[in-house]
Ligand binder design. Sequence first.
Ligand SMILES: NC(=O)c1ccc[n+]([C@@H]2O[C@H](COP(=O)([O-])OP(=O)(O)OC[C@H]3O[C@@H](n4cnc5c(N)ncnc54)[C@H](O)[C@@H]3O)[C@@H](O)[C@H]2O)c1
Length: 441
Amino acid sequence: MEYQIKNAEGKLGILIPGLGAVATTVIAGVEAIRKGLSQPVGSLTQMGNIRLGKRTENRYPLIKDFVPLAGLNDIVFGGWDVYADNVYQSAMNAKVLEPTLLQAIKPELEAIKPMKAVFDREYVKNLDGTNIKEAPTKWDLAQALMQDIENFKKENNCSRAVIVWCASTEKYTEESAVHQTIEAFEQGLKDNDPNIAPSMIYAYAALKSDVPFANGAPNLTVDIPALVALSKELNVPIAVKDFKTVLTLMKSIVAPGMQDRDLGVRGWFSSNILGNRDGLVLDDPDNFKTKEVSKLSVLEEILNADINPELYGELYHKVRINYYPPHGDNKESWDNIDIFGWLGYQMQIKINFLCRDSILAAPIVLDLALFMDLAHRADMSGVQEWLSFYFKAPQTAPELKPEHDIFKQLIKLQNTLRHMMGEDLITHLGLDYYQDLVEAL
Ligand SMILES: NC(=O)c1ccc[n+]([C@@H]2O[C@H](COP(=O)([O-])OP(=O)(O)OC[C@H]3O[C@@H](n4cnc5c(N)ncnc54)[C@H](O)[C@@H]3O)[C@@H](O)[C@H]2O)c1
């Protein structure tokens, strides 16, 4: 099937629920890059190349030159938060970026003020902001968000918009009856059903406004049949969930290597300390549970003990997140991996990653926004599994197991781009090079 991709004409609004550490780091980053002060390191859309054709052709264009993405100068940022701080104040509070860098883009950041949030303390206990919408029902709140989106697009002259959820992790919830069909969900909005989380109201408003929705946190949000059905019905892409940045990034890099070499894994203990507001929210057990569930499946699904019980049947996997204010956004993570090799001889791998949480997450937000806009212009709707590369817990069709191996995820993403642009898919078979040689002799 040949994709007819509409041009990226006009401005693209990137609307972000949650203007905290991650959101302000991406917004300030894009402003700094636009001014030539920094480079978009870590962003596949901005710095990544893609191979086209055979290796002998030497065609490796930048992805942004290969597919018609919105340009950085055509992006306008906006968002919602439960705190009224503008993006400059919020970025200063987050302490991710240097004050001197923020000073250089202060007027642009100060101009972005959060719209009033849809918020429910039942879902996030550790926050007490007051920049919150009031309305009799969740249905009215959804209408208010749709009005915000429409106003934002009009005021900023945007031809299109996308939403990337960067707000706090909501408490753990499971699917219930109200999540099963569009009708039940809409009735639930009108009845103020307690099982409808604020993030679901944003997602509903996005889809009804023809705006793609990506979820950077582990909340259920669009992972429910009602919203998947709505995204298909209205022809809008969705992609979820939970940005893959630190512990899970390490797992999806290292575990496939162990499995590819048929090395056994008996235990994997991952722990980190972080002191930002995200860490504070995750200090509540109900919110941590949401994160834990999203993190735990990765290893089990990569190593797959069902297929290879001798190597992975005994795997003990534990994840701990600890709130430790002195470290701020500078997360430190440790992995202790107990592996075994030839004849069962034991070995250990230790990883100590001294990282920066929001520096790793920011390029993901940018890439997701640009790729979701591309997908929408290419008429792709529903679950965008080709964007699994960016997520800890990728969404798939109900009967499919998610692919967590980051290298396979990248191949899937690149082949999707090739497919969209009518280029040959790359299988890495490579036998034809030798076949040609033989024939040439
Ligand atoms: N490496 C990473 O930083 C990383 C990785 C994966 C996932 N995440 C997730 O991304 C999200 C953002 O992380 P962060 O470090 O920026 O956190 P943060 O606490 O700095 O920012 C979150 C912001 O969301 C706001 N908020 C909460 N509920 C809201 C609502 N209903 N509507 C609008 N705003 C709301 C909060 O007031 C806060 O300003 C978190 O859910 C986090 O778990 C982050």
